[in-house]
Design a protein around this ligand. Structure first.
Ligand code: NAD
Length: 256
């Protein structure tokens, strides 16, 4: 379905970004995966996805906390037809104790990177008359939680950027949407489970259901494959008139 299209997925050597990159490659896109490291294993991961899917897959290192790196990523990829802004980090602290450097890093990586990559990718998409921009926001792009001020502010910003870009390119064959995941079982989340089990003195299933997924009515994690499938759908012809909006994949969180 996506043969002949090139996709860039930022922050994709792990978690949701990796899941999205694999589903796009399975759908036939040539995929560029990315993170800020430049290790042998990063390039080996690209080769592995290529071998498993039959799609061309490259790894390009670029630090999404730096605007110039974000723009250079798009340039080194030779432009792209599909841009998935996924790179993101989290930090949890009360707003009056929130470290300034953490605030700046979260705003840079989770929000400003999407501005820079979008600005760099759009001229090529406009020239071709086709483009798909998929921003990985969060349920926290639509609702708030205490102690996550930078993350919630950045993700609400991503939703605002999504709407604005969609309006600017409407009618030019380019769509821009945000996926808003609830809790997804990524390595980052998996790593929190043992600590939560200790703190709450609960077994794995109970801590997942009663503590971690307390706000997710399905009481089930969303999966990286479901995020990838949603991204592929947004790249399909069926989604050509879906633009400037959010798709929640959150087990009902934002219906509450
Ligand atoms: P993760 O830590 O597994 O993946 C984050 C990715 O971003 C990694 O590949 C990491 O290398 C990359 N990254 C971090 N800093 C970077 C930088 N400076 N430059 C380039 N790449 C960088 O986390 P994840 O859970 O897969 O999260 C991916 C996205 O999904 C984030 O934007 C996150 O906010 C969002 N999200 C996650 C969840 C969840 O429950 N896991 C829920 C909602 C939204």
């Amino acid at each position: 379905m996506l043969a002949g299209k090139t996709a860039i997925v930022t922050g994709s050597n792990s978690g949701i970004g990796l899941g999205v990159a694999i589903e796009l490659a399975k759908a036939g896109a040539a995929v560029v995966i990315n993170s800020f490291t430049d290790r042998e294993e990063d390039h080996a991961l690209a080769a592995q996805i290529a071998a498993e899917t039959g799609a061309p897959v490259r790894y390009i290192a670029a630090d999404m906390s730096k605007g110039d790196d974000c723009r250079a990523l798009v340039e080194k990829a030779g432009g792209c037809d599909i841009l998935v802004n996924n790179a993101g980090i989290q930090y949890v602290a009360a707003v009056d104790e929130f470290p300034v450097e953490k605030w700046n890093a979260i705003l840079a990586i989770n929000l400003s990177s999407a501005f820079h990559t979008t600005a760099a990718a759009l001229p090529g998409m406009k020239a071709k008359g086709w483009g798909r921009i998929v921003n990985i926001a969060s349920a926290h792009g639509l609702t708030a939680s205490p102690f996550k001020s930078a993350y919630v502010a950045a993700k609400h910003g991503v939703v605002g950027l999504t709407k604005t870009v969609a309006l600017e390119v409407a009618g030019q064959g380019i769509t821009c949407n945000a996926i808003c995941p609830g809790y997804v079982l990524t390595p980052l989340v998996e790593a929190q489970i043992p600590d939560q089990m200790k703190v709450h003195n609960m077994d794995r299933d109970t801590v997942i259901r009663e503590v971690m997924l307390q706000r997710q009515p399905s009481r089930q994690f969303a999966t990286v494959e479901q995020m990838g499938g949603t991204a592929v759908f947004l790249c399909s012809d069926a989604a050509a008139q879906i633009t400037g909006t959010t798709i929640s994949v959150d087990g009902g969180w934002t219906a509450l």
